[in-house]
Ligand binder design. Structure first.
Ligand SMILES: CC(=O)N[C@H](C=O)[C@@H](O)[C@H](O)[C@H](O)COP(=O)(O)O
Length: 231
């Protein structure tokens, strides 16, 4: 079953349907609508944040669901499914794949990343996605036993390249070096960039903001037009 899920994503698009509290589309009912739209547009998977969004999306689509839970802990930078507690809640909400921060940074809670992976393997039948920001983190994630790597956090740790574009280099380097699938994720804003990710070796492509953050999409147009007017 797990292998079938991974196989079904190959060469295809996963849509990240997320809105934080300060965003206009915040709310599980909106995220469920975005998931239905993604399904209608022939995406093959959904990525979603929080148990309540995951549950709402589970009700409206059969597509494989990558779940995470963004949670801030005082004094820590890791926020994507940081501890076993969030991992458990994401699984119970119905995720097929749990995405978690797999950077080398300190994490809250009393378990390290290796212990969390082992705990999941002992108790649950779920796939694990490692959100990484560098090549070394990706290599380490494969060794720890993750099923899939995603380039999600490149540009979001102070020590990874800060770019406006997707991190094509990381996608290419990891795809060449690991045996598990590498997903391209982060700042993919056009079909051409999505195809470039596949050319670099990405197993599948995850797109969020360019599809599900209308205020950010609007801003791209208004800023481009402003620039034109003023030059
Ligand atoms: C860095 C971080 O917290 N990324 C989050 C991970 O779940 C989401 O906010 C992104 O929308 C997602 O990764 C897709 O990326 P983009 O929206 O750039 O297509």
């Amino acid at each position: 079953m797990s292998h079938q899920i991974i196989e079904s994503l190959k060469g295809k698009l996963i849509v990240s349907c997320q809105a934080l509290e300060d965003e206009p589309f915040f709310g599980s009912e909106f995220m469920a609508r975005f998931a239905i739209s993604a399904d209608k547009g022939n995406a093959v998977g959904i990525r979603a944040n929080t148990p309540s969004d995951i549950m709402a999306i589970r009700k409206v689509t059969k597509l494989p669901l990558i779940g995470l839970w963004k949670k801030d802990y005082d004094g820590y930078e890791v926020y994507i499914t940081p501890t076993m507690e969030e991992v458990r809640c994401v699984i119970e909400a119905g995720a097929d794949i749990v995405a978690m921060d797999a950077t080398f940074r300190d994490r809250p809670g009393d378990m390290n990343l290796a212990e969390i992976v082992q705990e999941v393997r002992r108790n649950f039948n779920v796939l694990l996605m490692a959100d990484v920001s560098t090549f070394e983190e990706g290599i380490a994630a494969e060794r720890l036993g993750f099923d899939v790597i995603s380039t999600t956090l490149s540009g979001y740790t102070p020590y990874s390249p800060q770019r406006e574009e997707p991190d094509f280099q990381l996608i290419a380097n990891l795809s060449r070096s690991v045996k598990i699938p590498v997903m391209a994720e982060g700042r993919i804003h056009s079909p051409e960039q999505a195809i470039q990710c596949l050319k670099e070796g990405a197993y599948a492509v995850v797109i969020g903001g360019a599809i599900t953050r209308p205020h950010a999409i609007t801003k791209k147009y208004t800023e481009a037009m402003e620039k034109f007017i003023h030059c």
